[in-house]
Write a protein that binds this ligand. Structure first.
Ligand SMILES: N[C@@H](CCC(=O)N[C@@H](CS)C(=O)NCC(=O)O)C(=O)O
Length: 228
């Protein structure tokens, strides 16, 4: 049985969706990042990057959400596009685009808008601009195609869903205005039974909800270490 190390945050939720979509049997292991579970040596032996998600599947350990999506898709043969070089090229390009662009820029936008101790207009503007720019690229693609890779629902759509469903947190209350096609995709995925089961997993475990000093020390280590 697969062990799925997770919290309710965007990157683990992509993997929760894929696990539910495939019907693979798994055990969800909570990692309470607000309490610092990600820094425990036993978890860092699984993910040296000290972040969720990660999975252990027999003798295979996989960390980083998009790597896990690809691993599970290749393991099951599900939620992949066709096998042509063209289809594989598109899969890898869009998957990495979400991993290296959509996720990090959305995350930094959420951070500087909602968590940074001072309002830094430059940082907020830069990360909101870049997050919006990335969502605009997805929007243009989804204006022409039902799913990111065309007619078929794939792991790329799941990777997009993990972050895009939180667009108001990254871009503000009017965040959806410019992205009607992206909203269509997110709403369609959120209505799927697998997405509803994925979103409910965290309710089976008690995660810390307060964002207090313990949480800041665990998740924002840079606040207590001067490197610049
Ligand atoms: N590139 C990694 C990023 C993982 C990541 O940033 N996870 C966040 C939750 S979405 C986390 O573990 N945060 C806790 C921390 O940074 O201490 C992935 O895609 O899995």
């Amino acid at each position: 049985m697969i062990k799925f190390y997770y919290s309710g945050a965007p990157n683990p939720m992509k993997v929760a969706l894929m696990l539910e979509e495939t019907g693979l049997s798994y055990e969800a292991v909570p990692i309470d990042t607000r309490k610092g579970d990600q820094h425990k040596p036993e978890f860092q032996a699984i993910n040296p990057n000290a972040k969720v998600p990660a999975i252990v599947d027999g003798d295979a350990t996989v960390f980083d959400s998009n790597a896990i999506l690809l691993y599970l898709a290749e393991k099951t043969g599900k939620f992949l596009p066709g096998k042509s070089d063209k289809a594989r090229g598109e899969l890898l390009s869009w998957l990495m685009f979400v991993a290296s662009g959509v996720g990090p820029f959305s995350g930094q936008s959420v951070h500087f808008r909602n968590y940074a101790p001072e309002k830094n207009e430059y940082a907020i503007n830069r990360y909101m601009y870049e997050a919006q720019r990335h969502y605009g690229i997805l929007e243009a693609r989804l204006a022409k195609h039902k799913y990111v890779l065309g007619d078929t629902y794939t792991i790329v759509d799941m990777a997009v869903w993990g972050w895009a469903r939180l667009i108001p947190n990254a871009l503000g209350d009017k965040g959806w205005e410019k992205f009607p096609n992206l909203k269509r995709l997110v709403d369609e995925i959120s209505a799927r039974p697998a997405a509803q089961r994925a979103s409910a997993i965290k309710d089976k475990h008690k995660f810390k909800t307060e964002f207090d000093e313990e949480a800041r020390n665990a998740m924002f280590k840079h606040m207590s270490v001067k490197v610049a």
